[in-house]
Write a protein that binds this ligand. Structure first.
Ligand SMILES: [Zn+2]
Length: 163
């Protein structure tokens, strides 16, 4: 499944051209960023299945160069006795709103880069678009209620559908 950017247009327009995400093809690609020991980055998995990482303040759409992705979120790493460990991965991206099942693409991309995946997303985010007001909600604690208009949110994933 490819996820398209569904966040605010203004952010996408600011990051129209350049891919700011750096491809990770081996754990050593992360070493320059791991000088302080722990690292949190913005990540996407490209359509080709490559893990791309960027500064955690970067927008996912900029990390991806405005292209569709297989997964997006935040990723944490630690350096332990010279070994790069993945310590946490989330699918928290309000730009792409990826489903929990995008985990498979994350695990594949990590293994391809010689990194051991964690057990799954933490937090594991559920995104739903409100059928009433169109707001893209990040569902918390299984409360399927729109923060914009309090309408009930659908059970089915619909964040990629344009209203
Ligand atoms: Zn609503």
């Amino acid at each position: 499944m490819l996820y398209h950017y569904v966040g605010p247009r203004s952010i996408a327009e600011r990051s129209e051209s350049a891919v700011c995400g750096v491809p990770v093809s081996s754990p050593t690609d992360l070493l320059p960023r791991l000088s302080s020991g722990d690292l949190t980055v913005t990540f996407v998995v490209s359509a080709e299945g490559t893990l791309l990482v960027a500064d955690r303040r970067s927008e996912h759409v900029a990390c991806a160069g405005n292209r569709p992705v297989r997964a997006a979120g935040e990723m944490c790493f630690a350096l332990e006795r010279g070994r790069v460990l993945v310590t946490r991965v989330s699918n928290q991206s309000t730009g792409y709103c990826p489903e929990p099942k995008s985990w498979g693409a994350v695990a594949d991309a990590l293994r391809a880069a010689g990194l051991e995946p964690t057990d799954g997303f933490d937090p594991r985010c559920e995104f739903r678009r409100c059928l009433g007001c169109g707001w893209l909600n990040l569902v918390k604690d299984r409360v399927f209620e729109c923060v914009g208009c309090q309408a009930e949110l659908p059970n089915r994933y619909n964040a990629q559908e344009v209203p």
